[in-house]
Every structure is written in C-alpha cells, then in structure tokens.
Design a protein around this ligand. Structure first.
Ligand SMILES: [Zn+2]
Length: 385
C-alpha cells in the first residue's frame, strides 16, 4: 500500500510529465521584453486500486488563470468558456472524456473504466477499482486560500483596504454573502467571484474554492453525465504541492465546515514536486493562454484556448463568433456529444434539459442557499439548442 505522500508525489509527477509534452503554444513563454509568464496546472487522474497496482491514468489536464468578463458572454451560445481557471477546465475536460467513453461504449467488449447497467437506454458507473484525484499546482482561489494571500498582494493597488460596511466589496449590495474577488480578504466563509483587478470588467464566475466545495456534494458530473450515470462520482483526493499541516487544516475547514457533511470525505494530499511554470518572481505575469488535453480511449486531444475560445478563433466582442471556435470542453460541444448518445433530446435546448433534472437542480439550489443565504448571483444565461 502506498503512503499518502508517495501517492501525492506519483500523481503530481504524472501530471507534470504530461504537461511537459504539451505543444509550446499551450505553455507560458518568456515574452520578447524578457518578462516571464506563469500559469496554474491542474489534472484529473484515475488511480487503479485493483490488486494494489496503483497505476495512475491521466484523464484530463488543463492550464489557465483567466475568466471571461460577464459582458463578453452575450454572444456565446454555449461556445465561450466562462471560466478558464485550470482546475475548472480540467473538470470540464473530465466530463468530455466521460461523455466520450459512453459514446464509444460497446457492450460486447466492455470498458476498463466504466460499466453499463441493464436499463434501456443503459446508464453507467465508474468501475469500483478506480479512485479519482485532482492535482492543482497551487491552492484554489477564493475562501480556501484567502488566508495565504501573499502580503505583497495586499496592497492598495490590487486590493484596496475595505471596511466591513463598505458596499464596494459586493457585486450586488443586497447580497452580502457574495464578495467581489479578494476584496475584504479578512472575511471568511463567503462566496467570492473570481479574483481580478477591481477596476477590470467583472467576471461573475465563482472562485475555485466555491466551485470545488459545491462539487463535494453535487459530484463532479455535469448535468449531462449526471443523467447518464447511475450514481454520482466524487473526487477522493486533492493533491497540492507543499501543503503544510496549517494549510491542510484551513483547507479542511473551508471544504468540510461550510457545507453539511457528505458521506465521503475529500482527502488533501501534499506532494514535493513543485510546478516549474508557477509564478517565481514578483515581475512575472499570468499567461493569457489557457489549454486543455483530454485522454480519450485511444487518442488524445489538445487545445490552446485564448479568451474562452480556441486559439486563433477569437473575434472582438462587437463581432459574431467564428464558426468552430468552440473548445471540446465547451457547453456547445458537450451538448452535441450528449445528443449523439441520447438522440431523444434533439430539439431541446441545454438549459431546458438542465431544468428538467429536478433532483440535481434541487440539490444545487440547496447548496447555494447554504453558501450564500442572501441569494445567488448567476453568470449571464448562456443556452445552446
Ligand atoms: Zn481559481
């Protein structure tokens, strides 16, 4: 049996090893001016516990630190990725990989990874020997990492000092349980939007801490896979480099105390290997480029993503989107894949389908009520036929 530390190291080594093989366009660069770019890396792996083999398969990986301003989403039609933080892209990637496994599933041959039941049409489950882990090269943004913001970040330039009664910290002053980015960083246990400069166009995507926390109860399956799976699928481990006990304690508080107990716990594991394209110096800048790599049954797909669409496809926000600009992990692409698996949903829109999923919808509303009792502030409606 591997110790937790050994497992954490093996997982991070596998993900970083795959990262090294990405096309150069998918990775940060040193700009002609000599300024170095950095990014965050995340990956979802499956650990095979059969006979204690502990083989690790990478299923999806992603890099990125960007989120789209809400105003950009008007023309999306499911094609623009709202949130390109690495861990969120990796989770979207996993959902595309699962949809692909189901689409390719052949009952005669079965699959190493999933098994079907005898319903018509069949639904699926992850085989019992697999456990899933998320690797992230740094703490998720938002509540779980707010105590560890570098003191250099706590300056007036990035985060002006906010008094508790200052309305400036809110996206909407009638919702005092959702804060804008890292503003008023002394407050804990609140939902936060994705951090960004307070004078930039606002993104209403929620922080990675909040999103990961919600998935601890609602599972990592999106609405489409939730329909196709017999039971939800949860992350067993989250691996982050250099987690000391104090940090683990704060993570546990943020991930386990903000919501009622689920019957499964997420275990936080440390690893020794640091990620070589993380921010190294104060002058380094975040890379604008994001990327995904998906590990399907018999092939991989790799995409560089800029401004929420495939690199090279972005048009100014006053213009319509270009054909085929959407990423494989976009709502548009996932909905297409789902309708190939379940053609009976042809003619329904993605959001109509989603609202028909009563159980999942109820669960998510209940989670949002607990996390933000004053109400929820959604991102712009983004539907696709
Ligand atoms: Zn984040």
């Amino acid at each position: 049996m591997l110790s937790e530390d050994e497992l954490g190291d093996r997982i991070s080594t596998r993900v970083i090893n795959e990262y090294s093989k990405l096309k150069p366009i998918c990775r940060p660069v040193t700009r002609p001016t000599g300024v170095k770019e950095w990014t965050v890396l995340a990956g979802i792996v499956a650990i095979n516990r059969k006979n204690d083999t502990n083989n690790i398969d990478v299923l999806s990986m992603a890099t990125g630190v960007k989120a789209m301003p809400d105003s950009e989403l008007r023309r999306s039609g499911g094609k623009i990725l709202h949130d390109c933080h690495a861990e969120i892209l990796a989770l979207r990637g996993l959902n595309t990989v699962l949809l692909n496994h189901i689409k390719e599933y052949n009952p005669a041959n079965g699959s190493d990874f999933i098994q079907s039941n005898d319903e018509t049409p069949p639904r699926f489950k992850l085989k019992d020997n697999w456990e899933l882990a998320l690797y992230i090269s740094k703490l998720p943004c938002g509540d779980a990492s707010i105590d560890f913001l570098n003191d250099n970040c706590k300056n007036d330039h990035d985060f002006p000092k906010i008094e508790d009664d200052d309305e400036f910290q809110y996206v909407n002053s009638s919702v005092k349980t959702i804060l804008r980015g890292n503003l008023n960083f002394n407050r804990k246990n609140v939902v936060r939007t994705k951090p960004g400069r307070y004078d930039s166009n606002i993104t209403l995507s929620k922080s990675c801490s909040d999103k990961l926390l919600m998935k601890r109860l609602s599972s990592i399956l999106n609405a489409l896979n939730y329909e196709l799976f017999v039971q939800p699928v949860f992350l067993k481990y989250v691996v982050i480099p250099g987690l000391e006990n104090e940090v683990k304690h704060v993570l546990k508080q943020s991930f386990h105390d903000r919501l009622p107990n689920a019957n499964h716990e997420t275990i936080f594991m440390s690893c020794n290997t640091s990620f070589y394209d993380d921010k190294a110096g104060e002058e380094d800048v975040p890379s604008l480029m994001c990327s995904i790599k998906l590990f399907m049954n018999d092939h991989t797909n790799e995409e560089a993503i800029l401004n929420g669409v495939k690199n090279g496809f972005y048009t100014k926000s006053s213009k319509p989107l270009r054909k085929h600009c959407q990423s494989l992990v976009s709502r548009f692409a996932q909905w297409e894949l789902f309708k190939q698996i379940r053609p009976e949903y042809e003619g329904m829109s993605y959001l109509q389908f989603k609202s028909s999923q009563k159980r999942r919808t109820r669960l998510i509303i209940a989670i949002k009520d607990i996390l933000s009792p004053d109400g929820w502030i959604p991102t712009k409606i983004d539907d696709v036929q």
